[in-house]
Write a protein that binds this ligand. Structure first.
Ligand code: NAD
Length: 392
């Protein structure tokens, strides 16, 4: 069938298999074009189908030559309904990796569950023996904990409400939005979903099963950003979860012998997750404009390649005083942030294109779902039933 984008709010309910394949291919080609990395050889990636997790899997495979197991939570095409972008990305990634001679297998299920942990560990034991790196890149709106309790995360401020500009990307209208503070219970739930509890559960389960090497590295992803987004992010409910993630990194390193845990603070980018956060998409559109003009813009793959090649596996790990790896170094550069904040002050409906890279935002958004890629014939019939080779 011919697949077209169907955008509802901040998600697209369709995905294009050929487009997703082209996007994965371009990330692989970028990594192949860069110098290799002396890094891990057996890598488990949790949340491997989109955004930073997918890029981490590609960097591990094509820069370090690693075997990878990816855990994803996606849907294949069903009748006339397309599969999720993460499904098509993973199908394409495995196809390329296998052709290029790399081990790559995938488990499709809820990474928060005990069953998926057991299934993944059994696969590691059977095929790889042990992993020497675990990437934790889950971004989810809810989590069912091992005792069956369902926790839901919220994207709200804490303490008091916050009013600032936001953009409706569809109508290209800027308006003011007030974000109400989360209740204590909502904050606790957000920490349960996006904090470090499940990350630590994974490392403990791997350790108990003797499925992780001595000297293994694990990394989870976080965000800090400038002050204008702090009430919404760093000091918001999600920020509380990220503070818990940082605390968990210290706990893992201290309590689980042989494992070093790090937080990588990544750059703000258009992904399925960031599109859902109020105020942030307008900030990202302005940031894209400024970083592109300064020639320092990066996407997920440039960030993750640099994380592996320069910050994690180039001799010693380059972390700040709180043991965080700062992949947001370019985003947070003083000259970049000064320009962003002056554009933020003066932006309004009439000077939007001058102050922000709205087209760049939309391009990246569509590309997440396999649309708007060069050299893909979007008028052609496409088979939406694409298998992931390792999933029968
Ligand atoms: P994303 O939405 O692109 O990817 C999240 C991945 O998690 C997807 O592959 C999704 O399928 C998977 N997933 C969700 N629930 C799952 C489950 N129950 N079981 C298995 N897989 C599941 O998000 P992203 O932006 O790449 O975020 C990844 C991490 O990076 C998050 O911790 C996020 O906070 C962090 N981060 C994102 C940004 C940004 O601007 N996008 C910046 C810094 C840090």
């Amino acid at each position: 069938m011919v697949v077209t984008p169907k955008v509802r709010g901040f998600i697209c309910t369709t995905a294009h298999p050929t487009g997703c394949r082209a996007a994965v291919k371009s990330q692989i080609e970028y990594t192949k074009s860069q110098p290799k990395t002396e890094g891990p050889k057996k890598v488990l990636v949790l949340g491997a189908s989109m955004g930073y997790g997918l890029a981490s899997r590609i960097a591990a495979t094509y820069s370090c030559g690693a075997a990878t197991i990816g855990v994803i939570f996606d849907k294949p095409g069903d009748g006339k309904r397309t599969g999720t972008a993460g499904w098509y990305n993973t199908a394409a990634f495995e196809e390329f990796a296998h052709t290029d001679g790399y081990y790559a297998k995938t488990i499709n299920g809820d990474a928060y569950s005990k069953e998926v942990k057991e299934q993944t560990i059994a696969l590691i034991k059977q095929d790889l023996g042990k992993v020497d790196m675990v990437v934790y890149s889950l971004a989810a709106p809810r989590r069912t904990a091992p005792d069956g309790t369902v926790y839901t995360s919220v994207l709200k401020t804490t303490g008091k409400s916050y009013t600032n500009k936001t953009i409706d990307l569809k109508t290209k209208k800027i308006s003011e939005i007030t974000i109400e503070p989360a209740t204590e219970q909502e904050i606790e739930q957000t920490v349960k979903v996006m904090g470090g509890e499940d990350w630590k559960d994974w490392i403990l389960a791997l350790k108990a099963a003797d499925a992780i090497t001595d000297g293994a590295v694990t990394v989870a992803y976080s965000y800090i950003g400038p002050e204008l987004t702090h009430p919404m992010y760093y000091d918001g409910s999600i920020g509380r979860a990220k503070a818990h993630l940082l605390k968990t990194a210290q706990e893992i390193t201290e309590q689980i012998s042989g494992v070093q845990a790090y937080i990588s603070v990544n750059k703000a980018l258009v992904t399925q997750s960031s599109a859902a956060i109020p105020i942030v998409p307008l900030y990202i559109s302005i940031l894209y404009k400024v970083m592109k003009e300064a020639g320092v813009h990066e996407g997920c793959i440039e960030q993750m390649y640099r994380l592996f090649h320069q910050k994690l596996f180039d001799g010693s790990v380059q972390a700040d005083s709180e043991n965080r790896i700062r992949m947001d170094d370019l985003e947070m550069r003083e000259d970049i942030q000064q320009k962003v904040s002056s554009l933020w002050e003066k932006i309004h409906d009439e000077n939007l294109e001058e102050c922000a890279d709205i087209d760049g935002y939309w391009h990246d958004f569509y590309e997440l779902f396999g649309f708007d890629l060069p050299d893909v014939d979007y008028d052609a019939d496409v088979d939406i039933h694409v298998p992931i080779q390792s999933i029968q």
